[in-house]
Ligand binder design. Structure first.
Ligand SMILES: *Cc1c(COP(=O)(O)O)cnc(C)c1O
Length: 747
């Protein structure tokens, strides 16, 4: 190491403080705030700015005595870049306060322990890399559920499990909120293309955010303040905040354990629902709002420089307020070249003038290219039994009987688990609209399960498949559509509105319909929906009470359905609980008893037996506590059963090379896979005559046969190196809405 220790004399007489990362924009670096804070302590201190583009606006700020533009990170030699900074520090006998975390990490790795570089040691950077579980442990905080995602299948599975309120985060920077599959695909692509390296998916936490800024030297905490954001930019960056001092506690321990040097920021969120405090991230540098903290009293940048150089502050710390706001200010500057054109909606270069994305990509490991893998034995058997398809029948949809039967096994197991746990007879009613294929209905029928329908023609399809009327549930808003007056005999009838209930009562009273259970579908209360009756709305509840009294009905069924695959199991259970408690009020007022509770469908494909039985059991307990024990519980699986039970077989027509990599064109299309934007389909590949292989995550795409831009049934795959026209691709997970909503187009 070539460090020259700072001698007391040079430090006290004329230290220079070098500050890097001085861009001041909507998403600023801390450099300018650091300079302002240091100026408050030492009006005459020599401050020099370093950045990597003349567009880093703080370079023109009057706080700096000198500004340096170093080569940008795209092509620069990384060793030379670091050596230049260190030699500046050594030649001035001063210190460097880095404002860019990747630059700080690089410096720490290349010049570990240099006394003039006020950055944490390399091991500290490793500890705070996302998701920073070890850092959270030391700080006494939880970490939100997360998954390191290789590709879209992984990420979509995680997002569905967390109600499609998740963040995609880069290894060091960036956090993109995501609520749909297309957003997820875009975010994964953006994070990878901008920063390199794998992305992290993390559950959203609803709550109040707090940031803690601190300064430390060699593991000793020099001070810390907590800040609550009171104004945010559209990107969620701080624009105003209130600040209060914090005592060391866990933070002091964290600083000691990591032997932290320099500034840092801990971002924490307190979950509103649970009160649990979660660590969002630890930034290995001062935050951009650090000067806001200085204005409230503690001057952490000055304390750091004093501790590192021995230079006492010329002016004491002083508090001017308990908070701060930002303002925009024009300052004189040398003219910059105008941008050639205005990028839409704002280029990365404009957002990151210090070119951290370029450095991040250079430091990121190359993305591994997974070779096609072996499918598990059950899938291989299932696929072998479903094929071959007759020549000339590509593309075509095939039934995977093994997947269907194992899905039925799982649902049977769930019924038994819930019945054992709650003491209530539990059955499932397969949702016919999800996929009305006769083979699927037949398999459900043979298991003795029920069917859930939304039209009289679906009821007929069930009777044709061998169901008796008492095993059919009829619901939905259009149940009397095309009713020709012929008697209808079903096991349960659920009504979607007060008027639907009145009409259905009339149909039953006329003897045109017979049902064991007459019931109401409850709407969600906190989640918008077009379905069901909102019993938390007093006029609606009064109308229902009146209709029940008029009809002399004393026993009813209750139905609740909202897709847990969309809102997540936690929100589902909360919505169910709220709907049931509104229903319990009605029952108490009218003296009506609930015989049957139907818990609906919308369960995420891939949900395990334990998980599904767990949620249903909790729901039955909620219902039992509020309403008394029902005689019967139903639930209505659709896609959890049907989605894995069919696949679309296709033939490769063309393999093309382009600037964005290779793509395969197949004879299938989004007409056979209309739910392409709803969930990613796993894809198998084979050479004719060879075994099927599973394709892993990558950056390549499968394009459909249609002349439509959006006909890309699958993005984000690694195609096999030797893929050729005539090979076969099998799109799995095509047995739910891909089947029932498929259409004829371009054939
Ligand atoms: C569509 C539907 C289902 C099945 O939904 P999936 O998402 O396929 O599980 C169950 N119950 C009702 C009332 C439905 O409308």
């Amino acid at each position: 190491m070539s460090a020259s220790p700072i001698t007391a004399t040079t430090a006290v007489t004329s230290p220079t403080v070098l500050i890097t990362g001085v861009h001041s924009g909507p998403n600023p670096s801390p450099g300018l705030g650091l300079a302002r804070s240091l100026r408050r302590a030492w009006p005459g201190l020599r401050l020099e700015a370093v950045d990597y583009s003349p567009r880093a606006t703080g370079l023109s700020a009057p706080e700096f005595d000198r500004a340096h533009v170093h080569p940008d990170w795209h092509g620069a030699d990384l060793d030379a870049q670091c050596a230049a900074l260190v030699s500046m520090v050594e030649s001035t006998g001063g210190v460097l306060v880095p404002g860019l975390d990747l630059e700080a990490e690089l410096l720490a790795a290349r010049h570990p322990g240099h006394p003039g570089v006020l950055a944490p040691p390399p091991a500290a950077f490793a500890l705070v890399a996302k998701p920073a579980e070890r850092a959270a442990e030391v700080l006494g905080l939880a970490v939100p559920e997360h998954r390191r995602v290789e590709g879209i299948e992984d990420a979509a599975d995680f997002a569905a499990a967390h109600g499609w309120r998740v963040w995609v985060k880069g290894p060091r920077h960036d956090a993109v909120p995501v609520t749909t599959l297309p957003e997820l695909a875009t975010a994964l692509h953006r994070v990878r293309a901008t920063w390199g390296g794998p992305a992290l998916a993390q559950r959203h936490v609803d709550g109040v955010e707090e940031s803690i800024v601190f300064a430390a030297l060699d593991g000793e905490l020099l001070g810390a303040c907590a800040m609550r954001k009171t104004m945010l930019t559209a990107e969620g960056k701080t624009w105003a905040g209130t600040v209060e001092p914090v005592r060391g506690g866990r933070l002091a321990e964290f600083v000691r354990v990591t032997r932290w040097t320099g500034g840092g920021e801990v971002e924490v969120i307190r979950e509103a629902r649970t009160g649990e405090r979660y660590l969002l991230e630890v930034n290995p540098r001062f935050p951009a709002w650090v000067h806001g903290a200085t204005l409230t009293g503690p001057n952490l940048p000055a304390r750091l420089v004093t501790a590192a150089t021995g230079l006492p502050p010329h002016l004491p710390e002083r508090a001017e307020a308990d908070g701060f706001v930002r303002v925009v200010e024009e300052i004189p500057a040398d003219p910059l070249p105008a941008p050639e054109h205005r990028a839409f909606p704002g280029s990365a270069a404009a957002k990151h003038p210090s070119a951290m994305p370029a450095l991040s990509r250079r430091l990121a490991p190359a993305r591994p290219r997974p070779a096609p893998g072996e499918p598990d034995a059950a899938l291989a058997r299932d696929v072998a039994a479903a094929l071959p398809v007759p020549p000339g029948e590509s593309p075509c949809r095939v039934l995977l009987r093994g997947a269907l039967e194992s899905g039925l096994d799982l649902l049977g197991g769930v019924c038994r688990d819930v019945a054992v746990a709650t003491g209530v007879a539990t059955r499932f009613a397969y949702s016919v609209k999800t996929n009305p294929d006769r083979r699927v209905l037949g398999a459900v029928q043979r298991r003795g399960a029920m069917a859930e329908t939304v039209s009289l023609s679906e009821v007929r399809a069930c009777l044709d498949a061998g169901f008796t009327g008492d095993r059919v549930v009829l619901g939905g808003p259009a149940k009397w559509w095309r009713h020709d007056g012929a008697p209808v005999d079903v096991g349960a009838l659920f009504c979607d509105s007060v008027s639907d209930f009145e009409r259905t009562v009339a149909v039953v009273e006329q003897g045109l319909a017979h049902t064991d259970i007459l019931g109401l579908r409850l709407s969600t209360i906190g989640v918008p929906t077009r379905f069901g009756i909102d019993l938390s709305h007093p006029p609606t509840a009064r109308a229902v009470a009146k209709a029940l009294r008029t009809a002399g009905i004393r026993r009813i069924g209750l139905h609740f359905h909202h897709a847990a695959s969309r809102i997540g199991a936690v929100a589902w259970l909360r919505e169910f609980t709220d709907a049931i408690s509104a229903a319990a009020d009605l029952c108490a007022r009218t003296g009506v008893r609930v015989r049957c509770v139907d818990l609906g469908g919308g369960w995420r494909p891939g949900t395990s037996r334990a998980e599904l039985a767990g949620v249903l059991t909790r729901a039955v307990r909620v219902a039992t506590r509020a309403l008394g024990r029902p005689e019967q519980v139903l639930f209505e699986p659709g896609k959890v059963l049907a989605q894995p039970a069919m696949a679309v077989f296709s033939t490769v027509l063309d393999v093309r090379d382009g600037p964005d990599g290779r793509a395969a064109v197949v004879d299938a299309s989004v007409a056979e896979l209309p739910d392409w934007a709803g969930h990613p389909h796993r894809v198998l590949w084979r050479r004719p005559g060879a075994d099927w292989r599973v394709l892993g995550p990558g950056d390549e795409a499968v394009l459909g046969r249609l002349c439509m831009e959006h006909d890309r049934p699958r993005d984000g795959l690694a195609l096999p190196a030797d893929l050729a026209a005539g090979d076969h691709l099998l799109f799995l997970d095509a047995g739910a809405y891909d089947a029932s909503m498929s259409y004829r187009f371009g054939t």
